[in-house]
Ligand binder design. Structure first.
Ligand SMILES: [Zn+2]
Length: 294
């Protein structure tokens, strides 16, 4: 079946062409699913870029969306990492104090209590049969792994890990929590900030702060995946945070296709070749069904 994209648009001449979105929006849902399925099957290396929209359907609040963490609290400043480096001990004291930031505590508890949804599981199925080669996720909740996916890069880090700021060694968050739990409050403070067993460097959560570079090994893997890919599913993200946002652009520039799955129009929509609107816990399973996966 013909992919319902005017030819000139696939050549990348449409950037900034607002007319483009209404044209794609008028394509019936079933037809978009079929086009996406055909595009995926004819591609040689399909990857996905995933954002908070997918995990929102597992009950994890988004950051910027309606009712999102940062909509209530204000977005963290661009110097979040600098503030950490300036005084890691104070940062850690606040970090282990659940009352310091009740919204943050709520967000963390939501992650701890969350389960993968049908969208995560459908992606895992696509990986299992070899259709989906890799997922680059901006989510820190680890739900892709729980759903069974293995080829995942967590570009913004993981809530379940801690990382040495010098040598990038990662340790489970539980190890630090258990270490701190063993000590009374007065003693705990002396243990902060925790340090790396390998090199003595300062330990911080693996989740990447504003103003902090994505760890080299992670960014390299993302760019390596993007350079191999000729088709990307952009799922539940408005792709406005860099460097993640540059990944679909890179694939597009190399002549690849962008399939957007999102309930709303985003800044990426006008770059997309196919748009599938709707809750991703429904649209991804619809797509896997069309691909013949049960
Ligand atoms: Zn280290």
């Amino acid at each position: 079946m013909r992919i319902p994209i005017p030819t000139e648009l696939t050549k990348g001449q449409y950037l900034g062409n607002e007319e483009y979105i209404p044209k794609l929006m008028n394509i019936p849902y079933e037809e978009s699913i079929e086009s996406a399925s055909n595009t995926i099957l004819s591609a040689s290396y399909v990857i996905a870029l995933v954002g908070a929209g997918l995990s929102a359907e597992s009950g994890i609040p988004t950051f910027r969306g309606k009712g999102g963490l940062w909509m209530k609290n204000g977005e963290p400043g661009p110097n979040q990492y600098k503030t950490f480096l300036k005084d890691p001990k104070s940062w850690w004291i606040n970090n282990i104090n659940e009352k310091f930031d009740p919204e943050r505590t709520k967000f963390r508890k939501a992650i701890d209590n969350s389960k993968p949804n049908k969208g995560h599981r459908a992606l895992s199925k696509m990986e299992f049969v070899g259709i989906l080669k890799h997922q680059i996720t901006q989510n820190v909740d680890g739900l892709h792994y729980i759903a069974g996916s293995r080829n995942v890069t967590e570009i913004h880090g993981s809530r379940h890990q801690m990382r040495c700021i010098d040598c990038e060694t990662r340790i489970p968050r539980q190890n630090i929590e258990m270490l701190l739990e063993k000590h009374p409050s007065s003693e705990k403070i002396k243990l902060l900030p925790p340090t790396c067993n390998e090199c003595g460097g300062i330990i911080k959560p693996d989740t990447v702060m504003f103003g902090e570079s994505i760890p080299n090994s992670v960014l390299e893997e993302c760019m390596n995946q993007a350079s191999k890919s000729d088709c990307i599913l952009v799922i539940g993200t408005s792709a406005t945070v860099y460097p993640a946002a540059s990944i679909p652009q890179k694939i597009k520039n190399n002549g690849g296709k962008i399939i957007e799955l999102n309930p709303s129009t985003t800044s990426l929509s006008k770059m997309a070749d196919i748009i599938i609107r709707g809750q991703t816990s429904h649209t991804i399973p619809d797509l896997t069904q069309k691909l013949g996966l049960q």
